[in-house]
Design a protein around this ligand. Structure first.
Ligand code: FES
Length: 577
């Protein structure tokens, strides 16, 4: 790694606020005194923000106040001055219409909080799904030194001695309840036992995926993403992050100086080996877009084809994050994958990724499989193309019924989630196990925010017949904890006139995962006729964040970021008058 010259105190960003003999600096210093800081507390020291997504509205992050205390301890030990700053929590459970709708909001807030204040560096505390990409997208754009400190996964769930995985087992047991195989009392016991502690979902959902990918990108201290939230190692790691960020500030290790195309390829390789969430694709594209790094969907598919699925974790596998941690965690997985990775990629430790994982090993090779005994020879996610998705679609085929990965069937189309929800309970619905269920108007603009509706429920009529998986298509996303033959993120989306808008009930649709194909068997002439008759839905949002969102969000293959937040010339530092 090329070493930047060590900064002097006068070169610190915060010096512009506090260090000058000017009227404004007088104001800043007097208010520091108002806060109870004397010169010994902060003069000549890096000021480190702790951007905390703690909130009573987000149970995954309920321990992050204590985590922030540990980070502060580390910052003080290393000679910095900590300042804890709240930012939007974007909890996956309670944020509506979907946390994804507010990911860009968190990214904007993060960027502006970092840029507008006298911060020399920051430790970012997050973990629940969208908080990881939101915080990192903002930090990439602000481009000051940061370390990401994941909140860690929660303990595994328990129901009458059976292990429960968050999300994944909800979908499973909900279908059993709908089929009449599970009563109210049992359902309540599952509710009691499925989320037993602070921390993010402990399956390989979006949270576990994105925190692991942040580590593979080089932005997390080695091993931190796998540590359970309630493990004391989490607290020790938080203090270590607080110590490390000081060195990174003095040596000006900014995101742009650490993260490059190699880092993103490492993240994609890791994603495929983990059987990670399909959401990772849209988030990685958006994150790379903030640094001006092209990440076409073809990169994901090419890497998926050559990367074996090694992590035996639900929903693609058997275990949960606690077992993954005990088996050696992400460091062990990366070590197993080392010959496929760019081990020379840089990281926040000041060492390369290869140096960080030296000597690591998997302690349980059923949880972290060796390369010669993978769970699946290829990665967990495939990119589809075809006349239904000229700009791409994704499918997590590792978590789909294999027989459905090559399937042709008639379309049954729903124009909205409420319409679909009502219809699937209809005992007379015209549907068979061969039908291809379609939900449209659910993309970035249409929903808006691409909610996780893509695992369309199996119609009640078929549930009663024992059907548990069907081919389903949509322009929205699905939870990383979900499973099934669900093609997602179809782009361009139906609300802006993408081909999904032109499908009619009974049209034959072909899904061919092996050949990465998603095809609507309707002639071009007929599609032209339907296109000419199509018109967009009336505009629903005339003010506020929703208006900003639908006017500026990009399509799924572009990361669903705002067009005006993507990479561009660096913004000037704020004037201090
Ligand atoms: Fe927070 Fe799943 S609800 S990670």
């Amino acid at each position: 790694m090329s070493v930047s010259p060590r900064k002097t105190p006068e070169q610190l960003r915060s010096y512009r606020w506090y260090g000058r003999d000017e009227l404004r600096s007088f104001g800043h210093r007097s208010r520091a005194k108002q806060a109870g800081w004397g010169a010994d507390d902060y003069v000549g020291k890096p000021i480190i923000g702790i951007l905390n997504t703690w909130s009573d509205l987000n149970s995954c992050h309920m321990h992050l106040r204590l985590t922030a205390d540990a980070v502060k301890r580390g910052i003080l030990q290393a000679g910095g001055h900590p300042m804890e700053v709240p930012v939007m929590s974007v909890g996956e459970m309670l944020t509506k219409p979907t946390a994804m709708f507010h990911r860009n909001f968190l990214a904007m807030e993060t960027e502006e909080v970092l840029r507008a204040h006298p911060l020399d560096g920051a430790v970012l505390l997050g973990g629940c799904d969208k908080s990881t990409p939101g915080l990192l997208m903002g930090a990439f754009s602000a481009n000051i030194p940061v370390i990401y400190m994941p909140c860690g996964p929660m303990m595994k769930g328990n129901y009458r001695g059976t292990t429960l995985g968050s999300g994944t087992d909800v979908w499973k047991y909900w279908d059993e309840k709908r089929a009449g195989n599970l009563g109210w009392e049992e359902w309540c016991e599952i509710e009691d036992g499925i989320a037993r502690s602070p921390g993010h979902c402990m399956t390989m959902g979006t949270a576990s995926t994105m925190t692991a990918l942040a580590e593979a990108l080089g932005l997390v201290l080695p091993g931190a993403s796998s540590i359970p939230a309630v493990d004391s190692a989490h607290t020790r790691m938080a203090a270590a992050a607080g110590r490390q960020i000081l060195e990174n500030v003095w040596l000006d290790r900014t995101p742009a100086s650490l993260v490059d195309k190699r880092s993103f390829e490492n993240a994609i390789i890791t994603d495929m080996a983990l059987g990670g969430s399909t959401n990772a694709i849209v988030h990685l594209v958006a994150m790379a877009g903030r640094l001006g790094i092209p990440l076409p969907l073809e990169d994901f598919d090419a890497i998926s084809r050559r990367t074996p699925l090694l992590a035996n974790i639900r929903p693609a596998g058997k275990y949960l994050m606690e077992e993954f941690y005990q088996a050696g965690g992400l460091s062990a997985l990366l070590h197993t994958l080392r010959d496929l990775l760019h081990t020379d990629a840089l990281t926040v430790t000041g060492k390369t990724l290869g140096e960080n994982i030296e000597g690591c090993a998997a302690f349980d090779t059923d949880v972290i499989r060796p390369l010669d005994n993978p769970l699946q020879k290829e990665g967990g996610t495939a990119i589809l193309r075809g006349n239904l998705c000229p700009d791409g679609a994704v499918i997590k085929h590792a978590a789909a019924t294999p027989a459905l990965c090559q399937h042709t069937g008639p379309a049954l189309v729903f124009d909205s989630y409420p319409e679909m929800k009502k219809a699937i309970e209809d005992p007379d619905l015209d549907v068979t196990a061969d039908t291809v269920l379609i939900l449209r108007n659910a993309g970035p603009v249409g929903a808006p925010g691409m909610p996780e509706w893509g695992q369309l429920p199996i119609p009640k009529k078929l549930i009663d017949q024992g059907v548990r998986d069907m081919v389903r298509l949509s322009d929205c996303r699905m939870s990383g904890t979900s499973y099934g033959a669900c093609a997602l993120h179809l782009a361009p989306e139906s609300a802006i006139g993408g081909p999904l808008a032109l499908v009619e009930n009974g049209d034959l649709i072909e899904l061919d995962v092996a050949n990465r194909r998603l095809h609507l068997h309707v002639s071009e002439e007929e599609l032209d006729r339907r296109r000419a008759a199509w018109s967009p839905a009336p505009i629903r949002y005339h003010r506020g964040y929703p208006k900003l969102y639908v006017e500026h969000v990009t399509q799924a293959n572009e990361g669903a970021d705002f067009d005006f937040l993507q990479y561009g010339p660096a913004l000037p530092e704020p004037e201090i008058f």
